[in-house]
Ligand binder design. Structure first.
Ligand code: HAM
Length: 412
């Protein structure tokens, strides 16, 4: 017997109802904020991610699914932001639409060690806005993530925010971090000793206790920001206060991807255990230019759908209360019944029938197991009289209805 690949998930019909509810709610909210959907390929040139996320990012170093094809390397996309920027440039949206608000839903792939809430194929619901540096946009994006979670029946989440500043600020912060952490070199874990050379910012993200302790003792503040970035961050905080969005400033929040500048945020949930990030995002003001487009401010976020599912209180019910289940006696009745349920479907009424040769009693039991709203019973007697017998499965009431009146009766 074959088994699914480790770190992947089968979404069976009962759970798929919750997925549909989550997707529908998200689409509705994004529309309220005037976002348009974008659907992009699942495979991209691997170099796109090396360039955008950074060669020293964990995702690039260890987690990409790579497909080698002749001279080329493709990657199963590990995230959506880089693909969207690639598409924004390739499709000339920078010239035609300029300010662009896009949202996306779909699978991402990372070769991680699977555990609760950490998969190798997982799904993002995310959005990206390209074409503005306005701090009010940061406020819209963070508050949108908050509203989305609330509408998805999730509470108990914490929004942590920070500002990494502009590229210059990042360089001076990295330098000062390297200086102060060099003194603590021996206390750092092996990975962080390596990070100290390549990308000291990542040390702030390390989950090992010894490194967390060292970072805590650094007593970081947002003092490495230049005047402009400091003012931008203040406007973001003020804007969130103005809307009553609750957040915590976390100076250790750096995110693991190179493209971020200025505002970054992460949303954690207490009900998730060790993989507690339910979503994350931030600004990436240099990425469009870096990938060959014009200078354009940009910001977005992505929520991990499988993690949303672990904490949402949405209980999507299998709603088949309108289903009409055909139960027939004899071949003639079956032929007539087939025509009737086809016409019901045409009128938008869900209808199904028995294909397993059940007796009338067995077919009625099936209708009940399926939680169908109605059983439509047809035998020789009904055919002769030009009627059908309709049984309301909830109340048990059963009556004859003229065939011509059936659709009207079921629609009312
Ligand atoms: P990220 O933090 O790598 O950000 O992923 C966003 C969310 O995806 C995480 O907070 C988590 O909920 C979920 N996630 C990540 N990896 C896994 C996994 N292996 N299994 C299950 N869920 C996972 C990004 O990807 C950025 N592109 C977000 C962004 C958009 N920044 C700007 N715009």
């Amino acid at each position: 017997m074959y088994k699914r690949v480790s770190g992947t998930k089968d979404i069976l019909p009962e759970e798929a109802y919750i997925w549909q509810a989550i997707e529908e709610t998200s689409r509705n909210i994004f529309s309220l904020y005037n976002f348009k959907e974008i659907r992009l390929p699942l495979i991209e040139d691997a170099a796109l991610f090396n360039r955008s996320l950074g060669e020293s990012a964990e995702i690039v170093k260890k987690q990409m699914f790579i497909i080698h094809n002749k001279e080329e390397s493709y990657a199963l996309r590990p995230e959506g932001t880089a693909s969207i920027v690639r598409s924004y440039i390739e499709n000339n949206l920078d010239k035609n639409a300029n300010f662009t608000k896009l949202y996306y839903l779909g699978p991402m792939f990372r070769l991680e060690r699977p555990q609760k809430g950490r998969l190798r194929q997982f799904n993002h619901i995310g959005c990206e806005v390209i074409g503005s540096y306005d701090a009010t946009l940061d406020v819209e994006i963070i508050s949108l993530a908050d509203i989305l979670l609330k509408r998805l029946s999730i509470n108990g989440h914490t929004i942590k925010i920070n500002s990494l500043g502009c590229l210059k600020d990042k360089v001076s912060f990295t330098d000062s971090l390297r200086k102060s952490l060099t003194e603590k070199y021996r206390g750092l874990c092996q990975d962080c000793q390596e990070r100290l050379k390549n990308n000291p910012l990542r040390i702030l993200d390390c989950k090992k206790d010894e490194c967390k302790e060292i970072v805590r003792n650094l007593g970081l503040k947002d003092s490495c920001l230049c005047d402009e970035c400091g003012a931008h961050f203040n406007r973001v905080k003020k804007g969130l206060d103005n809307l009553g969005v609750k957040y915590e400033v976390d100076p250790n929040l750096v995110r693991g991807l190179d493209y971020y500048t200025q505002t970054v945020f992460e949303i954690t949930h207490q009900g998730l255990g060790s993989q507690d990030a339910i979503g994350a995002g931030g600004r990436y003001n240099n990425l469009v230019h870096e990938l060959g487009g014009a200078e354009a401010g940009a910001i977005g976020f992505a929520l991990g759908v499988e993690r949303l599912l672990l904490v949402t209180r949405i209980k999507a019910e299998v709603n088949d209360k309108n289903l009409v289940y055909l139960v027939t006696l004899g071949d003639k009745a079956r032929d007539e019944g087939v025509k009737i349920i086809y016409s019901l479907r045409e009128a938008g009424i869900p209808a199904d029938m028995d294909y397993e040769g059940r007796s009338i009693k067995g077919a009625m039991r099936k209708a009940s197991d399926l939680k169908a709203g109605f059983a439509l019973i047809i035998g020789d007697n009904e055919i002769e009289k030009g009627v059908v017998t309709l049984k309301n499965m909830l109340s048990g009431e059963q009556r004859e209805i003229a065939r011509l009146d059936l659709t009207k009766e079921l629609i009312c």
